[in-house]
Ligand binder design. Structure first.
Ligand SMILES: [Zn+2]
Length: 824
């Protein structure tokens, strides 16, 4: 890959060019993943996901938007204005796959697509197909307000994603140029960045705003690295520094209704997009988690490239805040559905956790940068936690189905989807997986770093030459890794077969009693340094850890072997007492892998299972769609409650599987943190929910989760909706394990008012049946319909029902949903 090396200098523009991160990641082309855990994931990404993503982009208009914009068509835009970024992300991922697996057919496809993108760029460098295709105006020429774009360029930066889109284009352009040497997309990026640099800046005639969704800042740093054009670095810093200095396009923010809004709740000046205070003053992770993590990446990059101590101070503090108070055990971030945002300190719900796949990716990318800044293994601990857990659950084993949220518990409403209207996650996955090769190794001067235990061949560039390493491991299933030194080249590129350098082998935090670099999660029986041993050429190697590494300095010869042995027992994880949702509960990990229990292995139910703190685990295996993984069983207690009967306790066996593999065998219950004591409140209900349709981001379980809404527009709690079905006849049903006496039902309807597309239903009635396949019987006429309270139908007389069903007619053109459903 092409990389421009920049020296330390103060430029004519007065920007101090510091060089770059002191630690350098391995070149992607220099790491070959050839076996083990990641190999099938890389192959599936290359062979399946890249193509699935492109196909879906074709079907949904994402590709034709570029073609039509290239023809200067005035209409025909399909999708949402930031869909352009999806295509850029797939190009970036596809480029990475080409770097390891040349594929003329794929490259031709990319060249053609890039040709369309180049044509879609307007003459002055502006590129945003939604505007070129007139999406900002309705057919009769009126400005279309509030559809994520303003009537004119840059007039709605809070939500238009104009700068976010092209940020992803720059990343794709740099990747494609580095892999193929072809400049077409890079030239598009340069024209675009030059235009943004003309429009945004400190001069009186320039815009002083910044992007509502960060991304362009880190992308400009990448563009700067390949072009050496300092204006891009300066522009990145300008856009970072404008954050918190004013309102993003406030005077031009419109509601969906077309009314002018001066800073809504998710508005332009606020923590939602980290625009509440200047970035140098920020000390806590707040707002939209993907935006936030991309912001911190951009700050780290600019700090590395231009030497900014204020940025470093800010992201150091924010990182401490995240790892000690806002990190989920699966490594992901962004606890809240509302605003897809970080929650308060210690707000770490399990079932209600959002943990968007993109936020996991953002967290990993940020921690990789923190490592490159400091060379401390604690950042890799966080990165590793994400990639094996909260990120990996986001993509199906088959590579063609995706999670948007990655919760740590489920009542059964979750299922991966083939695609989303807003499909940021599937396309982010495709560009993220290949980067894992880069995360595995790093260098600084004459020191090499083994950060991830991945079966791979690597060539690492050191100050004094180059070294080839070969790593064999069955990690994460076995704690052994064998690292063999291959060829060693001197400075003159001549093979000299020996050389003095330091090989730093990461000591994983999970292995030595620090599952995360804070007190947020601890092991009940913590590991210690005794659990990590190293041999060099068969001889035990004594070492003093440095920044989480075992440093081995010697004159290495080809054929030298380092054997790393990590003790890998099952460990119980306890969250900090301040985490209310995990109180009295423990999770289960083995090595870097988080385990969970799924209904399919446990008689349909896991939320009711109690796992004693001293439960003994028996190793076994699980088979998930033909993939056999190490698994565990343990004795447990099941707590079940009928709708009207009390709680029953039964001895049972709990089966656990790797968390990333959940939800491949149908939707069902899932749990990560298990109660250790049998309390009635942990009893699960003996009934099963189903519906004619459930929006993938919502859940069936939300209807009977006992979480009461504050109002019909309460978006802070889990909900069930029929979105995107509008005006249709729908139903939801509840089936009991055995017939129950029911006297009536109460329904709290979801209605998100002016903000959304869900309304109270047009009408509804209740049906019931005495047995599974019996015909449905109407109980009463239509029920009452009102906002902000339970709407109740009392049955004329009690019925002994196996199932109860609500038959619901949605209002014409509107969808609908339920926040809570109760039985009497
Ligand atoms: Zn996403």
């Amino acid at each position: 890959m092409k990389r421009l090396i920049l020296g330390m200098a103060v430029t004519a523009a007065g920007l101090c060019i510091a060089g770059d991160y002191p630690f350098q990641p391995a070149e992607m082309t220099n790491v070959a993943i050839r076996a083990g855990f990641w190999y099938p994931r890389f192959e599936t990404n290359r062979v399946v996901t890249v193509h699935v993503d492109f196909k879906k982009s074709e079907e949904t208009g994402r590709i034709s938007n570029f073609e039509l914009a290239g023809q200067r068509a005035a209409t025909g835009f399909r999708g949402i204005p930031f869909d352009d970024s999806d295509v850029y992300k797939i190009i970036e991922g596809a480029a990475y796959t080409l770097s390891t697996h040349p594929d003329p057919k794929l490259e031709k496809y990319l060249d053609d697509l890039i040709g369309h993108i180049a044509k879609a760029q307007e003459l002055d460098g502006y590129l945003y197909t939604a505007r070129t295709l007139g999406y900002n105006f309705t057919k009769d020429g009126r400005a279309r307000h509030g559809r994520m774009m303003g009537p004119t360029r840059w007039s709605y930066l809070a939500h238009s994603h104009e700068l976010y889109n092209i940020g992803h284009m720059y990343e794709a352009a740099v990747a494609y140029y580095q892999v193929t040497g072809k400049r077409t997309l890079l030239d598009v990026a340069i024209r675009s960045a030059d235009m943004v640099d003309r429009v945004f800046g400190p001069a009186p005639t320039q815009l002083k705003e910044t992007s509502g969704h960060e991304e362009i800042e880190l992308a400009l740093c990448k563009l700067y690295r390949v072009t050496g054009e300092e204006r891009y670095l300066r522009l990145a810093k300008f856009l970072l520094d404008r954050r918190g200095q004013g309102v993003l396009g406030e005077s031009k923010v419109f509601a969906q209704s077309g009314d002018l809004v001066k800073g809504g709740e998710l508005g332009a000046k606020g923590s939602y997009n980290q625009n509440h205070i200047p970035v140098t003053q920020q000390r806590e992770a707040v707002g939209h988690a993907v935006r936030a993590t991309y912001l911190y990446c951009g700050m780290a990059d600019v700090a590395a490239l231009a030497g900014n101590a204020e940025y470093v101070k800010a992201i150091d503090a924010i990182w401490e805040n995240v790892v000690s108070k806002k990190l989920h055990l699966n490594g992901s971030v962004g606890a809240r559905h509302r605003g897809e945002a970080f929650g308060a300190n210690y707000e770490l719900p399990n079932e209600r956790a959002y943990l968007e796949t993109c936020a996991g990716i953002g967290n990993a990318l940020w921690n990789q940068r923190m490592f490159l800044m400091y060379g401390d293994a604690k950042y890799v601990d966080v990165l590793e936690r994400v990639i094996y857990n909260g990120f990996l659950s986001g993509i199906s084993l088959g590579g063609d189905e995706f999670f948007y949220p990655n919760p740590q518990a489920s009542r059964g409403g979750y299922r991966r989807s083939k695609w989303f209207g807003c499909s940021c996650c599937p396309v982010n996955i495709v560009r993220f997986i290949p980067q894992i090769a880069q995360f595995a190794y790093a260098t600084r001067g004459d020191a090499a770093y083994v950060n991830l235990f991945v079966a791979s061949d690597a060539k690492l560039d050191l100050k004094g030459g180059r070294v080839a390493l070969s790593q064999e491991t069955e990690y994460p299933w076995k704690g052994l890794s064998r690292i063999e030194i291959g060829d060693i080249w001197g400075k003159t590129a001549s093979v000299q077969q020996q050389g003095r350098f330091t090989l730093n082998v990461r000591i994983p935090g999970w292995c030595v009693g620090r599952p995360v670099p804070s007190d947020l999660y601890v092991q009940t029986v913590p590991g210690s340094l005794k659990d990590f041993t190293v041999k060099v050429n068969g001889q035990p190697f004594a070492f003093t850890p440095q920044k989480g590494y075992c440093p081995i300095t010697r004159t290495w010869k080809k054929g030298d072997v380092v054997e790393v042995c990590m003790n890998m027992p099952v460990r119980r994880i306890k969250a900090h007492d301040a985490v209310v949702n995990d109180r009295g509960r423990l999770a289960v990990e083995c090595g870097p892998i988080l385990y969970c229990a799924e209904g399919v292995d446990n008689g349909g139910h896991v939320l009711d299972k109690v796992l004693a703190a001293d439960a003994v685990f028996t190793p076994t295996t699980c088979n998930v769609l033909g993939n056999v993984y190490p698994a565990f069983t343990a004795p447990a207690v099941s707590l079940r409650r009928g709708l009207t009967s009390g709680v029953r306790k039964e001895a049972t066996t709990l089966s656990l599987i790797p968390y990333f593999a959940w939800c491949h065998r149908g939707a069902g219950e899932m749990q990560v943190f298990f109660p250790t004591e049998a309390k009635d409140e942990n009893a699960a209900s003996d009934f099963k929910m189903s519906a004619s349709h459930c929006f993938p981001k919502d859940s069936l379980g939300a209807m009977c989760d006992g979480v009461l809404p504050k109002a019909s527009n309460d978006e802070s709690i889990p909900r069930f909706t029929f979105w995107d079905h509008c005006g249709t006849d729908e139903w939801v049903a509840c089936e009991f394990s055995s017939p129950e006496e029911v006297k009536g039902v109460s329904v709290y309807w979801f209605d998100d008012g002016a903000k959304g597309r869900c309304r109270l239903p047009a009408s509804w009635k209740v049906q019931w049946r005495p047995a599974k396949n019996a015909p449905w019987q109407d109980v009463a006429a239509e029920g009452p319909i009102a906002k902000d309270k339970f709407c109740t139908i009392d049955f004329p007389q009690p019925v002994k029902a196996q199932s109860v069903r609500l038959a619901i007619k949605l209002q014409h053109d509107w969808s609908g949903g339920i926040l809570e459903w109760r039985f009497r």
